[in-house]
Design a binder for this molecule. Structure first.
Ligand SMILES: [Mg+2]
Length: 234
């Protein structure tokens, strides 16, 4: 039986990755002035991955990585005005409107009351808190957890803190490595809801062969899946 449903936020409840990809294009246009025709995209990704451990996930770390990559790619030639332009790109991202995915409010309303609903998101605490407030969805969740990373140990700690039995918990999200696989490791359920864009860092190779792994095309398919799980023999 299932009693708890935990949701990822970025690209599960609201659009996020497009914001990063759009900003990246603007960043590339700036650096391209110095390095026409070169692969700026991969160079930025490499800097981002190198910095992830130190800066964590989120817009502020991404902005610093853009600045560092710009200095590196232009061999220090980038101007202060252009660095300012890059910092402004980051600020614009922080203030971008929160654009909910289709059917999110109806789905959360259907889950609330029947199950304990949690939000588990990784990233910067100010950024994620502000997005949740602006989304208007905060009242749907009994608990909100903003964590530095999402792995089995982090989910185990969250479950222990809130008295949740992982086997009775369903984690719903767009990322296989962050949302689905760690919950399967704890013998909980993992529901994958693919988003139209995927950050290269969240890519995965093969789907797990496991009866607790589920994939739905859209979030609004979740209530029907939960019904099936509740009806299944324990
Ligand atoms: Mg996500």
């Amino acid at each position: 039986m299932v009693d708890t449903v935990a949701f990822d936020a970025d690209d599960t409840l609201w659009h996020n990755e497009h914001l990063f990809q759009d900003t990246q294009k603007k960043f590339e246009a700036i650096v391209c002035r110095y390095r026409p025709g070169e692969d700026i995209h991969d160079a930025l990704f490499a800097v981002e991955m190198r910095n992830l451990q130190l800066f964590g996930y989120g817009i502020k770390g991404f902005t610093l990585s853009m600045v560092e990559a710009a200095i590196q790619l232009t061999a220090g030639g980038i101007t202060a005005a252009e660095i300012h332009e890059i910092v402004q790109l980051g600020k614009t991202m922080m203030e971008a409107p929160v654009d909910l995915l289709d059917g999110v409010e109806e789905t959360l309303a259907a889950v609330k009351g029947r199950f304990r609903a949690l939000l588990i998101t990784k990233g910067d605490i100010i950024d994620q808190t502000s997005k949740l407030e602006r989304s208007g969805l905060a009242d749907h969740f009994e608990q909100v957890e903003i964590v530095a990373r999402k792995d089995a140990a982090v989910y185990r700690t969250i479950c222990a803190r809130h008295g949740i039995e992982p086997a009775r918990c369903v984690m719903v999200g767009n990322s296989m490595p962050s949302d689905v696989l760690p919950m399967l490791e704890l013998r909980g359920h993992g529901v994958h809801v693919p988003y139209e864009l995927l950050w290269a860092h969240e890519a995965h190779d093969e789907d797990p062969v496991c009866e607790r792994f589920h994939r739905i095309a859209r979030l609004s398919d979740l209530p029907a899946l939960l019904e099936r799980l509740m009806a299944a023999p324990a």
